[in-house]
Design a protein around this ligand. Structure first.
Ligand code: PSV
Ligand code: MN
Length: 397
């Protein structure tokens, strides 16, 4: 079947209709490395600006109706910020997405949050988790997306085993407070900020904690959080098989958690991940997977980078959907290795961009969102407005 066949296009359009991806509020803000920040005039510094930018990305791409929020960065006053948040949702037509508790920036968490040896600090971290659940309920957000930065830097300085127990206990309590449709997504990361041991270091540990927490907990795979050479699609296949896959934080990486644009280093890997998901759906598995972006853009223009990311995600998702899985299954069964690989690889090399452009046009969207962003003058406008405010503030200071 040629990619331009009517049937194919129909199938492609259905695939594209089914695809949405959540973007992170922090992707629009000034972020940096531990060596410093390069500030951008267009960066969002208020929640309203983050909503405005998210609305612009959704206007251009049509597939990002929700914005992931980080509680302490976006709602520093907790529940007191909710009325303003609800107003912004209405004003910008963007819904609050996953709620990300923050258990890493307060001074008390120097030796850990939910895994801290001090019961008092563990209690504080748990209270923040429960508060995050309440915030999520108030804005009708389904997913609490938890990343625990806890760990230790030197051998012998912490009891890894005791910390497992403390975390099991805390997540179980959090789970008990979830609403009927809510989920707890447990993210893992092998290292950073901890450099000797991390309390939730890999998908096995996340799976364990999610299972201990309760039936509404699942694993969250951040593609940047793996060692070099790890086979992420195999992890995804396992999580699908065991019904433990809750969602993704997409980004790309070259060395560690580099926060690079999705597909910028290894688009084939994202294709392979999406293939596992499409294959599971073809095989009749029940899937409920949140696709989210988790990137901060230090050098690229932020809105441009988010639009580029969303476009890359759509392309790779569609390519993977177009794999002729029936034929592939036959080739796998008869162990025709080269033919199977060529079918797989050949689909990866297919240029699906014209199909996506055609789909966009049928939805009243710009055929090329990046070009449309440039033509809109949005970034120039906000650079002027936000830049003026930033320099007024610095003059004042
Ligand atoms: C940590 O590296 C992480 O991937 C977690 O998801 C955080 O919530 C996010 O990045 C933002 O720091
Ligand atoms: Mn993440």
């Amino acid at each position: 079947m040629k990619p331009t066949d009517a049937v194919d296009l129909d199938h492609a359009f259905k695939v594209l209709d089914s695809f949405q991806i959540e973007i992170p509020s922090w992707g629009f803000a000034n972020t940096g490395t531990r060596f410093g920040k390069y500030l951008q005039a267009a960066a969002a510094s208020t929640l309203e600006e983050k909503f405005a930018d998210a609305a612009e990305v959704n206007r251009l791409t049509g597939v990002t109706p929700t914005l992931a929020l980080h509680v302490l960065w976006d709602l520093p006053r907790g529940e007191a910020d909710l009325p303003a948040l609800k107003d912004l949702e209405g004003q910008y037509g963007i819904k609050s997405g996953s709620i990300n508790p923050n258990l890493f920036q307060d001074q008390e968490y120097k030796y850990g949050s939910l895994c801290n040896p001090s019961a008092v600090v563990r209690g504080q971290a748990l209270a923040h988790m429960l508060n995050s659940v309440e915030i999520a309920k108030a804005v009708d957000s389904r997913d609490i997306s938890l990343w625990v930065a806890d760990g230790s830097n030197y051998p012998g300085t912490q009891s890894m085993r005791k910390r497992i127990g403390w975390l099991e206990e805390a997540l179980h309590i959090v789970h008990e407070h979830l609403g009927p449709n809510q989920r707890l997504l447990v993210e893992y990361k092998p290292f950073e900020p901890a450099f000797y041991h991390t309390d939730i270091a890999d998908w096995g540990m996340s799976t364990h904690f999610a299972k201990k927490a309760g039936p509404k907990a699942r694993v969250l795979v951040d593609t940047g959080h793996h060692y070099q050479g790890q086979n992420i699609e195999q992890i995804v296949a396992w999580l699908l098989h065991t019904d433990m896959l809750g969602g993704f934080h997409f980004n790309d990486r070259r060395y560690a958690d580099d926060d690079l644009t999705l597909g910028s280093i290894d688009p084939y890997q994202i294709f392979r991940i999406f293939h596992e998901i499409h294959a599971a759906a073809t095989d009749g598995l029940k899937l409920d997977i949140a696709f989210m972006v988790d990137q901060s853009h230090n050098l690229k223009g932020k809105i441009e980078a988010v639009v580029q990311t969303v476009m890359a995600a759509q392309e790779l998702y569609l390519k993977a959907a177009l794999v002729d899985r029936e034929r592939l299954a036959q080739l796998q069964q008869s162990c025709e290795l080269v033919a199977a690989e060529e079918l797989f690889r050949g689909t990866f090399w297919m240029d699906v961009r014209p199909m996506i452009a055609a789909w966009r046009e049928t939805h009243g969207l710009p055929a090329n969102p990046l070009e449309a962003l440039r033509a809109s003058g949005y970034v120039e406008r906000i650079s002027k407005e936000r830049g003026k405010r930033a320099s007024a503030l610095s003059n004042y200071a």
